[in-house]
Design a protein around this ligand. Structure first.
Ligand SMILES: C[S@@+](CC[C@H](N)C(=O)[O-])C[C@H]1O[C@@H](n2cnc3c(N)ncnc32)[C@H](O)[C@@H]1O
Length: 240
C-alpha cells in the first residue's frame, strides 16, 4: 500500500481541539462516573504497574487511572497549552502540547507510553490515511520508548462487520459529522488490525478484554452499551 502523507486532516485536528478543550469538564465527569470507565480504570491501573516515567498521549487533561502509581507523567495532546487557568494538574504530571504523529520528545525517553481512547481520533481525509496515521502514531510511540519499555493502548474496538460498514460510509459520514456535530469524526478498528500493527514493532503482545458497564460515551453523549458493538480492549506490548 502506498502510504498517503497527508496525515490527520485539518478538520480532525481543529474539532478535536475545540471539542475536548471546550467540554473538558463534562467529558471528565463522564469518565470519572460512568460504570464502563470506572471498570476500565482498574484495568489501566494494573497495566501501568512498574512504569516509572510515562508518556500519556492524547491525554486531554483527563486521567482514567491513578496518577500516584507512576513517578513522573507527561500528558501530551493538541491543546494542553490552552487549558483554563482553573485547571488543576496533578503534581507529578507535566502537560505538553503536540501531536501523536510527531511526538515532540527525544528517542528512548520513556519506560512507558500509553494511549487511552486516542487511536480512533487520528482521522485523515480517507480510511487509508486514517490507518496510516494509526501506524505512524505507533511508530512514534516506539521511537520515544526505551528498550524493553511498555506500550499500552486502551481502545474501544469493533467487530469486523462493523468496521466494513464504517469503511463504506466513511467518505460521506466524515463530511456530514464535521458539519453537524461538534465532536470530531472517528474510525474504530477491530482488535486484529491493531494487533497486526503492533506486531511489526513490538514483542510479547497481550490483549485484555475489559467488560462493558451499562453506559459509555459516544460522540460526547451518554449511550447505553447494549445498542453499541464496541468492546474496550487493552493492548500491552514490549519494545524489542
Ligand atoms: C476520547 S479523548 C481521550 C482523552 C483521555 N485520554 C481519556 O482517557 O479520556 C481523545 C483525545 O485525543 C486527542 N487527540 C486527537 N488527535 C490527537 C493527536 N494527533 N495527538 C495527540 N492527541 C490527539 C484529543 O484532543 C482528545 O483529547
Amino acid at each position: 500500500m502506498t502510504k498517503p502523507s497527508n496525515g490527520q486532516s485539518n478538520e480532525s485536528v481543529e474539532q478535536n481541539i475545540s471539542f475536548f478543550r471546550d467540554n473538558l469538564e463534562t467529558y471528565n465527569a463522564g469518565i470519572q462516573k460512568l460504570d464502563t470507565y470506572v471498570t476500565l480504570r482498574k484495568y489501566i491501573n494494573d497495566s501501568i504497574q512498574g512504569v516509572d516515567n510515562l508518556l500519556d498521549i492524547g491525554n486531554g487533561g483527563v486521567f482514567d487511572y491513578d496518577v500516584s502509581l507512576v513517578n513522573k507523567i507527561v500528558g501530551l495532546d493538541l491543546f494542553l497549552d490552552k487549558l483554563p487557568t482553573s485547571y488543576i494538574c496533578p503534581s507529578n504530571v507535566t502537560l505538553k502540547t503536540g501531536s501523536a504523529l510527531d511526538i515532540p520528545e527525544s528517542n528512548e525517553t520513556y519506560d512507558g507510553v500509553m494511549m487511552v481512547m486516542l487511536i480512533h481520533h487520528l482521522i485523515g481525509k480517507t480510511v487509508e490515511s486514517s490507518i496510516y496515521n494509526v501506524e505512524k502514531s505507533i511508530e512514534e510511540a516506539y521511537r520515544v520508548l526505551k528498550s524493553k519499555g511498555k506500550m499500552i493502548i486502551v481502545e474501544s474496538c469493533v467487530p469486523k462487520w462493523f468496521y466494513q460498514f464504517e469503511k463504506l460510509v466513511f467518505p460521506i459520514a466524515e463530511r456530514i459529522i464535521d458539519k453537524i456535530f461538534k465532536h470530531p469524526a472517528t474510525l474504530q478498528y477491530p482488535a486484529s488490525i491493531l494487533k497486526n500493527m503492533l506486531e511489526k514493532k513490538f514483542d510479547k503482545i497481550k490483549i485484555i478484554d475489559v467488560p462493558l458497564g451499562r453506559w459509555v460515551m459516544i460522540y460526547g453523549l451518554k449511550v447505553p452499551t447494549f445498542i453499541t458493538p464496541i468492546s474496550p480492549k487493552i493492548f500491552i506490548a514490549e519494545k524489542i
